[in-house]
Design a protein around this ligand. Sequence first.
Ligand SMILES: Cc1cc2nc3c(=O)[nH]c(=O)nc-3n(C[C@H](O)[C@H](O)[C@H](O)COP(=O)(O)O)c2cc1C
Length: 179
Amino acid sequence: MNALIINCSPVRNGATAEIAGIVRDELSRRYTVRSICIDDYDFSFCKGCRSCHKTAKCVMDDDIPRIIDEFERADIIVSVSPSYWADIPGQYKAFIDRCTPWCNTHEPHASVSGGKKGYSIALRTGPGMRECERIIQSIEHFYGHLEIECCGSMGLCSVEYRENVEPRRGEIISFCKKI
Ligand SMILES: Cc1cc2nc3c(=O)[nH]c(=O)nc-3n(C[C@H](O)[C@H](O)[C@H](O)COP(=O)(O)O)c2cc1C
């Protein structure tokens, strides 16, 4: 089975990357794991033209299909996202917007193959879990429209830098054991 871990932050070596690394090490015991960072890819914003509602294709030609290929290869998808202004970072939101050709609310639409399981991990610097829940909702909304089954989530508050992650390693590993 193949697992894909996505660092939804544009920071390649921050707290999100540190958590994604722990998830990678843990899941590598049981799955073939690939890790990507949203910042590895170049793509434009969705222009809202809705051509894809008629054609199931985007009019733009950039790295979005490369990310979707990673989704296609994966049986398990784990999105690890920090809170940026109480939501997912703009880079990940821009990616989700560009997935409209794959959104199941219009016909025709493109699809990734069925049976995929999606997991979400949210982190933030502030103390309240509600903000993590909002981020998880954004990711699960996206998974739902790609017909990726939402199978689990975790929120980590009071995390800012990568050094703040080590004391939470046990929590993260416990979560990974359920994947
Ligand atoms: C632009 C920006 C906006 C942020 N907004 C919030 C916020 O609204 N609430 C919060 O708790 N933390 C916020 N943070 C803190 C991040 O969630 C936290 O530092 C996280 O660990 C960043 O991970 P990263 O460095 O891997 O991107 C923000 C950080 C940045 C850079």
